[in-house]
Design a protein around this ligand. Structure first.
Ligand code: MG
Length: 392
């Protein structure tokens, strides 16, 4: 396998405009502050009004470029500082090929200080994805071939989020998405103003029995509340209930999963197998949702294989970005054993595809894989109009 010496590692922050805030129009009491952030009352989580992420550009001495991407939703300065101050100086001058070994070495730098997740592992994820892209390009092969081979040519997509203000509008959007070919639709408790049970019933009545309806509970309930709520949803057959209680509460997650018949999904916030393993051992979820922008591709694959060992399905998460990490997620999903579907953030992914050159797309309810060597996704020149200085 050809290898090259790493010449530079550069983080680049981009902020893309969006028409409607993530998860839908702002609700009562929700307002944008001077930093461009608002807090969703329904899940107490902070979001920006634009789509922001951190790209990672790794250039080898022969001029080849690998692209990565990670979270930049909040405080992208933190990720930029970690890459520039900690990771890049360890990588420059090194051989690029042994991606898994480089991940282990970089992860170990901050392990004893407790940086097992968050900004440090996000920065590492962006670097890891860029290294896989570079490895594929140098080998002249798509990344999925390097991960074990392609098991499928396309991946079923479920439509995530119904960003409309009222329940009637959300049901109408769900019907539109179903007509476009999506066989699964997920709604969000955080913005379910008319109530989760009424929204579940309305969606099932409108969509009929053949479309999967999922609910993201956004970590907002106690275990006792979550059990009662999910049991109340059972007559309308949710395909899964996601993130029912606080992410730290392993016992609570296990209690819920053991009590209800609806499959419990979770894991978008986990970065490594070290966080996933105790949750699988305690049977907290029957569907794990790795987010490659947190995990990177090396850990995404490790989590996928660990899930298979535990009889747990993998339905990858999709967060806010330009699409480079999304391509990485599709390569990983193409080469894992069983992937029922992959999240499709229609309000993010489709809109931001105009900033990248790729064959990757979502059509008729399926993701079509990128082609070419590496990840098969390259920034277009117009993306550079949206670069923001990290220390804005
Ligand atoms: Mg979620």
């Amino acid at each position: 396998m050809p290898s090259m010496t790493i010449r530079s590692v550069e983080p680049i922050v981009v902020a893309l405009p969006r028409e409607v805030p993530y998860l839908g129009p702002l609700g009562p009491g929700e307002s944008v502050n001077e930093r461009g952030y608002f807090v969703r009352a329904g899940n107490r989580t902070i979001y920006p009004v634009f789509d922001r992420s951190v790209l990672v550009k790794i250039t080898s001495t022969d001029g080849s470029v690998g692209w990565g991407e990670t979270y930049g939703i909040v405080a992208p300065q933190a990720v930029v500082a970690i890459i520039e101050d900690v990771l890049a100086p360890r990588l420059v001058g090194r051989e690029s090929d042994d991606v898994a070994a480089l991940w282990e070495e970089l992860y170990a730098l901050m392990r004893v200080r407790g940086h097992w997740s968050g900004f440090f592992t996000d920065a590492l994820a962006g670097v890891d994805i860029a290294l896989w892209d570079l490895k594929g390009k140098l080998a002249g092969r798509p990344v999925y071939e390097l991960l074990g081979g392609k098991r499928r040519d396309r991946i079923a997509a479920y439509a995530s989020g119904l960003p409309r203000a009222t329940l009637d509008q959300r049901v109408a959007l769900a019907l539109e998405l179903s007509a476009q070919g999506f066989r699964g639709v997920k709604f969000a408790a955080a913005v379910s103003g008319e109530g989760v049970i009424d929204e579940m019933r309305a969606l099932r009545m409108a969509l009929g029995p053949d479309v999967d309806v999922m609910v993201d509970l956004h970590w907002r309930y106690t275990p006792t509340e979550a059990i009662a709520l999910i049991e109340a949803l059972e007559p309308w057959h949710p395909y899964f209930a996601e993130a029912p209680c606080a992410p730290e509460d392993i016992d609570g997650q296990a209690e819920i999963a053991g009590r209800v018949v609806v499959p419990i999904a979770g894991g978008e916030e986990w970065s490594t197998v070290y966080q996933v393993r105790p949750r699988l051992a305690h049977r907290c979820v029957s569907i794990v949702q790795p987010e490659v922008a947190h995990t990177g591709l090396s850990q995404f694959m490790a989590i996928g294989r660990l899930a298979a060992e535990h009889g747990v399905r993998v339905i990858p998460h999709a967060t806010i970005g330009v699409g480079i990490f999304h391509a990485a997620s599709l390569h990983g999903a193409a080469s894992l054993n069983e992937i029922p579907s992959h999240e499709h953030q229609h309000s993010v992914f489709d809109a931001n595809l105009r900033f990248v050159q790729t064959r990757m797309r979502c059509a008729n309810g399926f993701f079509e894989l990128p082609d070419g060597s590496g990840l098969g996704v390259e920034p277009k020149p117009e993306l550079w109009d949206h670069v923001v200085h990290p220390w804005f």
